[in-house]
Every structure is written in structure tokens, then in C-alpha cells.
Design a binder for this molecule. Sequence first.
Ligand SMILES: NC(=O)c1ccc[n+]([C@@H]2O[C@H](COP(=O)([O-])OP(=O)(O)OC[C@H]3O[C@@H](n4cnc5c(N)ncnc54)[C@H](OP(=O)(O)O)[C@@H]3O)[C@@H](O)[C@H]2O)c1
Length: 331
Amino acid sequence: MKYRYLGGMQVSQFALGTWHLPPSSKKDDSGIFYVDKEKSDKIFKKAVDLGINFFDTANTYHGTISETHLHPEHSGNAERILGQYLKGGERESYVVATKVRAEVALFPNGGGLSRKHISWQIKQSLSRLELDYIDLYQIHWQDPNTPPAETMSILNDLVHHGMVHYLGTSNHPPDSTVQMIDITREHGWEPFVSMQESYNILDRDVEKDKIRIARDNNMALLAYVPLAEGLLTGKYLTGVPSGSRAGYTEGFRRKIEKSLTQVKRISEISKELQITPSQLALAWLLRKQEEFGISIIPILGATDEQHLESNVEALNIRIPNDAYKQINELG
Ligand SMILES: NC(=O)c1ccc[n+]([C@@H]2O[C@H](COP(=O)([O-])OP(=O)(O)OC[C@H]3O[C@@H](n4cnc5c(N)ncnc54)[C@H](OP(=O)(O)O)[C@@H]3O)[C@@H](O)[C@H]2O)c1
């Protein structure tokens, strides 16, 4: 494993995400799959064995995806499952990131980035994760109803109370990110050290503005859905394999058709290089670090230990210039 810096803190070149853990075969009363905890624990262990020290979760993640939207009663389940695993190890060897913003209750102040909501949710996340502090606390997406200075002020307080060590953004529009950065500078508050954004061969929106903002402000880019939820593994080129994410999420199935031509080409290039399409997609993201001069940490998702084992091999792959150029032109 290689390690990169978030502020002064070292994190593995790959993080492991918990949005979508392996589902069990049973659903609960609201039609949502339970998480297969035994299998999840094996994935966490494999990650640690591979040198991954960086885990990403959110106060809203249940751990399996549902078609139906708001189910506050499921919020935080992924934090619980991750916390239960991590407490068996050495806390100081792990870097734990979580997020706040989503509606986790149906009453007023049940979501958002207000002082009230954040003050409540930090305690909930710490309790579910069974931790004394969070390494990286991220604001999941914009809350247009809370003045940015209110959010930044409570985040700064959390750091000074020792509940949080570092701060990060996610999914904020470029102008709002710059505005928040300016506010923290003006007040001498704790800075953001990371920006968590969708980034993969099929989604390069961050290259427009956000990468520049991250570089100018010493923020690492945490790249979520680095394999476009599995599309870039090439597994959907010949249909939808049973048990795969698209097998039980209709919304995701609709995306497959649109990406087929690009994924087919990626699959051909990977064959020429004798690597898997996933390894190619991840090695491409790692090479982007050189092009843009910032740290890019892909947040991997896995429903099987083998996924991790194979995908982490991307660390040892350098894509030849020709192939890199061809992939860039596909996006
Ligand atoms: N900040 C945000 O708003 C936000 C949003 C989304 C995600 N995230 C973060 O990003 C993390 C990663 O998201 P993601 O899970 O969508 O990432 P991803 O890496 O794009 O997709 C992972 C999925 O692809 C499939 N897969 C991966 N490697 C494979 C292999 N070698 N062979 C076959 N299938 C393979 C698996 O799905 P199946 O086996 O189920 O098909 C796996 O769950 C999340 O856990 C979360 O922490 C953040």
C-alpha cells in the first residue's frame, strides 16, 4: 500500500466505502436488504490486511441500497457495522471518515447543516461508531437554508472540542466551496483538507472547476464511485449478473445502456494491457494525480473480498501514454 496526506494525516492510497456492503438474502419490512455482516467483516479484514487504513461512511448510510427514498430508521446502520468491526483493532491505526447533512429524521431539523443538526448528529455518529473522535468529518452536500458561517463555526468548534480532527466537503458546488473556504480564512477557523466527489472515467465533471479549487487549497480529492458503481468492471457488457448491484436497483440498471460503448472500449484496452477493466479504471485515476498535482484517493466499494484483492493491484500498474490518451478521449 502507498500512503498519502490529508492535512498532516497519512491515509492509504485507497479508502474503503460502506455505502453498499454485501446484502444478505433477507429483506426487512420496508423491503430493504439486511447487510451480510459476516461477509462485511471479511471485507474489512481484507482491507486492513492489504494496508487500507481509511474507511468512509455517512450518518445516512444503511449499508445496502434501496429503491425507496427516505427511511430514517435505517440511517447509521453502516456506521454501526463499521464501528463493531473496528473496535476489535487498534483505534489509532485507523482513519475513520463520516458525513452529515442528509435527512435522518422526519421532524424539522432532522437534516441539514445547522448548528443544531450537526451538534446532534456528531454525537449520534460517535455513538454508532463507538469512537471518541472522528478523523474526518465531511459535509455531505449543500444546505441552502443554513448560512455557511453557521456551519463553519460549529465544524470549527467540533475540532476544538476534540470530537473531530479534520474537515472535508462533498458534493458542494464550486462557488459555495470557495465561499466556505474564504469564511474559514477570514475567521482563522479550521480548513477543509478534502473534497469528496464522484470521479471516474465516465464522470469527469470535477475536472471543470473542483480539481483546481482542491489544488489551490491543499485539499485531497476523495473519488467516490471510482468504478461507476461497477459499470467499469465490464461485468454488465453481457447482461446483468445475478447478485450484482444492477440486479436489484432499477435506477442503476437504467444507466447501463448509456455507457456500453465506452465500457466496451475500456474493456478492449484492458485486454491489450492484460489487466482487468477495474484495474485500468483505478490506475487511470491514480495517474490523474500526476496530471493535476493533487492527491486522489479512490473510495472503493466491494461486496466480496476478491474485489478488493484484485482492484488494489492497480497500485502496481502504470498505464502507457497511448492508452491513457485514448481513455481521456473517451470521457
Ligand atoms: N459523497 C457521496 O455523496 C458518495 C456517493 C456515493 C458513494 N460514496 C462513497 O463511495 C464509496 C464507493 O462507492 P461504490 O460502491 O459505488 O464504488 P464503485 O467502486 O464505483 O463500485 C463498487 C461496486 O462495484 C462492484 N465491483 C467492484 N469491484 C469489482 C470486481 N473486481 N469485480 C466485480 N464487481 C466489482 C461491486 O458491486 P456488486 O458486486 O454489488 O455488483 C462493488 O460494490 C461508497 O461506499 C461511499 O463511501 C460517496
